[in-house]
Each structure stands twice: as structure tokens, then as C-alpha cells.
Design a binder for this molecule. Structure first.
Ligand code: BGC
Length: 269
């Protein structure tokens, strides 16, 4: 049986660890050829390890180093991917960082770093992807949509987050970036949606699950009473990239074990 993303090229930013690595694996399992993007030379070994898991499981992909906050690097990555793999069908705008600080102590460097990767990075990659979708036009043999963009947002696009204001501001920005893109390009059959994860067990939030005490206190924020795994997000990414979600665009889908339906939210999620 034909796999649901067979023959489609997917760029996953920040795929050398955490949620991005899980998403890359799930998309590859679904038949996509995956570009495992990683930010700097120091993350190449991690990206290689993600690619090895993909190819060991019978999947296909390449690794590509690019800092998504840098315009020239992003444009070069898309040009190289199109030259090497023919086109891009799916962008998972996943790369994201935290630089936490009390607001009155937050440096401009901490603010700029987070906005640069989490918001400007999503702008630059979405722009490059949409340019490619428009250049190429429809590919009905692989999908009813001309292109699909999945933005990795967060429960913190709606839950304010004291102590992490740069991060919350970036995800609030992603929410309207995603919605406005869906509005602007819907008539070109480009679908744009966000995944809004809650607490997923990855290096970015190690302090929230790294000790039994921390994990216990995290569980007070999660009605479903377990921490999420990258594969949970990967499954949703496959659905949003596939034609099974062909009528979904402009949506934020929360995947958080119920975190957003909790009556109150305290810091340290
Ligand atoms: C953050 C994590 C946090 C989770 C829930 C995510 O967007 O990156 O550090 O655990 O939201 O608060």
C-alpha cells in the first residue's frame, strides 16, 4: 500500500533533537523524504544520528545545517534542497529555543535570540517554502494541497508564561503569523496550521521532568497525567501534512494532555 506522504519532500527545522527529531522520524515513516535541519556544526552528529534511525527503518532523507534566523542561510537551504530533491512539499517550522529570565533581568540578547529563531526563523522558512510552492504549482499526484506548512507553536500561544516572556511573545507571534498566512494563501491551496504542544519530554524542558519531584509537580498541570513524547507530536504532524486533513487550515491544534483546559496554570510548566 502506498504510504500517505510517499514521494513528498519535507523540511523539518531543528530536527537534530527533541520534537523535531520525533517529527522527522514520523514523516519519514509515512514515506516523506526528510530534510533533517540542524543549526550549527556542533549539532551535525545529532542530525546524523536522526538520519541514521530514519534510513535504518527504511526511510529517506538528508541532513542540512542552517541557522533559521539567518536570511541568507535559509534561502540557500531551500535552493539546495530544491536542486537536490526537486521541490519542497511540506515545511515543519519546528526550530525553537528558550532563554529564560525574570523579565526585569532579561537581556536584549536573550530576547533577540528567542525572537530570532522562534519567530523570524518561522517567517524566513515559511517565505522560502511559499515561494517554492508558488513556483512549482500543484502536484496532484502527491497531494490535493499545493503545499503544507506546520508551525510548531506551544500551549504558550494562549497561556501567558511568567519568567519566559520572550518565548511566550514569540509563540503569540507564531499564532497570528500562521493564521494570516492561511488567510493569504488559502486560494492558492497552501495549508498552514500550528501544532501547540504542552510538556513534551525533550532537552528544552529537562528541569520540568528531570527529577521525580519536578515530574510530580508537572503532573499537577496535566490532567491526562503523563508527559508527552516526541512521537505524539510526530503523529499529529503526519496527519496535518497528509490529505486526511485537507480541509484544515488556519488551525491551532493543542496536544498537551489537557494542560490548556486546566482551570489555573502556575509557572514551571
Ligand atoms: C515549552 C516547554 C514547556 C511546555 C509547557 C513548551 O512550549 O518549550 O518548556 O514544558 O511548553 O509549559
Amino acid at each position: 500500500m502506498q504510504k500517505e506522504l510517499q514521494g513528498q519532500v519535507a523540511v523539518v527545522t531543528g530536527a537534530s533533537s527533541g520534537i523535531g527529531a520525533g517529527v522527522a522520524q514520523s514523516l519519514a515513516d509515512a514515506g516523506a523524504i526528510v530534510v533533517v535541519n540542524h543549526p550549527v556544526a556542533a549539532t551535525k552528529a545529532d542530525a546524523d544520528a536522526v538520519l541514521k534511525e530514519i534510513t535504518d527503518a527504511g526511510g529517506q532523507g538528508i541532513t542540512y545545517q542552517c541557522d533559521v534566523s539567518k536570511e541568507d542561510q535559509v534561502d540557500q537551504m531551500f535552493a539546495d534542497v530544491v536542486a537536490q530533491l526537486g521541490t519542497v512539499d511540506i515545511l515543519v517550522n519546528n526550530a525553537g529555543i528558550q532563554r529564560d529570565a525574570a523579565f526585569h533581568e532579561m537581556t536584549l540578547a536573550q530576547w533577540d535570540a528567542v525572537i530570532g529563531v522562534n519567530l523570524t526563523g518561522q517567517f524566513l522558512c515559511a517565505r522560502a517554502a511559499i515561494r517554492e510552492f508558488l513556483r512549482r504549482g500543484p502536484r496532484p499526484e502527491v497531494s490535493s494541497a499545493t503545499g503544507k506548512i506546520i508551525c510548531m507553536s506551544s500551549v504558550h500561544e494562549v497561556i501567558p508564561w511568567a519568567g519566559h516572556i520572550n518565548y511566550a511573545a514569540s509563540k503569540g507571534g507564531v499564532k497570528l503569523l500562521m493564521q494570516s498566512l492561511a488567510q493569504e494563501y488559502g486560494d492558492r491551496r497552501i495549508r498552514v496550521n500550528s501544532i501547540c504542544p504542552g510538556a513534551i519530554q525533550t532537552p528544552i524542558n529537562h528541569s520540568a521532568w528531570g527529577t521525580p519531584e519536578a515530574l510530580n509537580s508537572l503532573m499537577r498541570l496535566i490532567p491526562y497525567n503523563r508527559i508527552g513524547q516526541p512521537a505524539d507530536i510526530g503523529n499529529l504532524a503526519v496527519f496535518l501534512a497528509s490529505d486526511k486533513s485537507d480541509y484544515i487550515t488556519g488551525s491551532s491544534i493543542f496536544i498537551d494532555g489537557g494542560m490548556t483546559v486546566l482551570e489555573s496554570f502556575v509557572d514551571n510548566g
